[in-house]
Ligand binder design. Structure first.
Ligand code: GLN
Length: 538
């Protein structure tokens, strides 16, 4: 069988959840026994989202191979349970960068370099790349942005050309749109969808299926109307009604026959019913939890829901594993002071101090950590959160009042967190952090070792600063232990306080590797400890 390509575009509005629909269809095809991956083409000029503030674009997701990518790749990995890579996320910036570099090298000597064909050819080349590895039966491609945006036009043109070039049965196009409900008229409106599909068809792309996001069920009549005016087969308009959990969407899409429409259009001989028993068990667990806990997430981007996407999802997975609903209360780290910390953290069964960059909100994180340490509240610090627990310990236990990270205080006399030599040499900001998966060896008998159930792990990083090992002896003598080290460089990757019921800081990001079917051990452990804490505190 040839590799099959499914393209997913979005219309009417952004944030309709193209990533979730793509992930859900991919999940269903995978559950039918097909080898599937998803890639995202984003129409912005940044080479990758690594240089974007989370307020702009939500969390930056990091893959095993160290690519800084769109947060939708997190959904792809969580739904499919397979790793993505740099090849799964391409931006306009990356496309132009390749074409312009080739132009300078003389690859197009004598020719005028243009959007069509040079940019579109490069887009097409990358759209087909993963298909050529022979590792996948189906490649789903999500086109970022909304149809009609000037930026996404070259991507739509590339899809049009591929639809023309590939055998008809190897290519499918799905358009996700919004059917707004006008409460005054008590009516669902199809006109914006009609316009969006017209625009898509003007670009030469004919959708095979229209998926309609809606708050209310669509009647058969309405579906027929959309099909007629959007020029798709009757029965190829399906509804995606607001779901109680994103993890419910694959089941909803199966009920709407989306996977069946896909295998039929792509002429895949596959009559299997998707095997989703583990997925359903997970869903049952998040639907009817026996227990509940409150975890406070202390961070500086808390106003934006998507800024800590993978952390939020990791709590859903870890909650299910503990038969527990985790209420994640977010707390703006800037607002935390020594005076109000008691008040703000009251009622917390667990505390997570989030990753981050720059100076804003750092001191608030330190106060929250001190509170967790002194009150025996289960605690997980991630990346900057780990660095700040090192700073807190240096200040309040070792007695170095001005201890800090050189990210905040370049002139501190106790730089307990500092930049590595090779980092100091880099002047370029994009893609130059310590990125992607590194090995880590755990100390026998440590909390980390018992949570992971082994001594050798691989976790993903995204940072420039590190624990300053000059201070390691002193930390360990006073009770903060390095229980995870990089086997090649000796860098400290995990710190723990054995005297505390559950206190872990990880220099890496455990949240990137948590999935419903494989909840992350550190999150699972934190939730279990929070449950225990709640029980003891009555
Ligand atoms: N700003 C810190 C560093 O670069 C932490 C980064 C993070 O939390 N991802 O080392």
């Amino acid at each position: 069988m040839n590799t099959k390509y499914i393209f997913i575009t979005g219309g009417v509005a952004s944030s309709l959840g193209k990533g979730i629909i793509a992930s859900s269809l991919a999940k269903l095809l995978q559950a039918r026994g097909l080898r599937v991956t998803i890639q995202k083409f984003d129409p912005y000029i940044n080479i990758d989202p690594g240089t974007l503030n989370p307020y702009e674009h939500g969390e930056c997701y990091v893959t095993e191979d160290g690519a800084e990518t769109d947060l939708d790749l997190g959904h792809y990995e969580r739904f499919l349970g397979v790793y993505t890579s740099q090849a799964n996320n391409v931006t306009t910036g990356r496309i132009y960068n390749t074409v312009i570099t080739k132009e300078r090298e003389g690859a197009y000597l004598g020719k005028t370099v243009q959007i069509v064909p040079h940019i579109t050819d490069e887009i097409k080349r990358r759209m087909l790349l993963l298909g050529q590895t022979g590792e996948y039966d189906v490649i789903l491609t999500e086109i970022g942005g909304t149809i009609g945006d000037m930026e996404s036009q070259p991507f739509v043109e590339a899809v049009r050309q591929l639809q023309w070039e590939l055998p008809e049965e190897d290519c499918m196009s799905i358009h996700l749109t919004l059917i707004p409900y006008l409460s005054a008229a008590k009516e669902l409106k199809t006109k914006p969808t009609q316009h969006s599909v017209q625009m898509l068809q003007q670009g030469g792309v004919k959708p095979d299926v229209i998926v309609c996001r809606t708050e209310h069920p669509l009647s058969a009549e309405l579906k027929r109307k959309i099909a007629l005016f959007c020029n798709v087969r009757p029965g190829h308009v399906i509804q995606s009604i607001d779901a109680w959990s994103i993890y419910q969407v694959p089941l909803n899409m199966h009920e709407e026959h989306l996977d069946e429409l896909a295998v039929r259009k792509l002429q895949i001989d596959n009559f299997a019913t998707p095997e989703l028993s583990r997925w359903k068990t997970f869903l049952d667990r998040i639907k009817n939890p026996k227990y509940e806990v409150e975890v406070v997430l202390v961070g500086k981007y808390v106003e934006l829901q998507d800024a800590y996407k993978s952390i939020q999802e990791a709590f859903v997975h870890a909650g299910a594993a503990n038969d527990c609903k985790v209420h994640v209360r977010t707390l703006q780290s800037e607002s935390v002071t020594p005076e109000n910390v008691d008040e703000l953290l009251k009622g917390a069964d667990g505390i997570l101090v989030a990753p981050g960059f720059g100076e804003r909100g750092l001191e608030g994180k330190v106060h929250a950590i001190k509170y967790a340490r002194e009150n025996g509240i289960p605690f997980l610090g991630i990346c900057l959160g780990m660095q700040m627990c090192v700073v807190e310990f240096a200040r309040n236990v070792l007695g170095y009042a001005d201890a800090s990270s050189t990210e905040k205080d370049p002139d501190t006399t106790h730089p307990v967190i500092c930049m590595m030599e090779e980092q100091k040499k880099t002047t370029i900001k994009g893609g130059t952090m310590r990125l992607g998966a590194y090995s880590c060896v755990l100390k026998e008998g440590s909390l980390a070792a018992s949570l992971y159930g082994g001594l050798s792990i691989r976790e993903r990083h995204r940072h420039r600063y590190e624990f300053n090992s000059v201070y390691l002896d002193e930390f360990e003598k006073n009770g903060m232990m390095a229980t995870g080290r990089n086997p090649e460089t000796g860098l400290v990757e995990i710190v723990e306080l054995p005297s505390h019921p559950f206190f872990i800081g990880s220099q890496f990001h455990p949240e990137y590797k948590s999935t419903p079917e494989n909840p992350h051990p550190l999150f699972k452990g934190l939730v279990a400890a929070a449950l225990e804490y709640k029980k003891v505190m009555g």
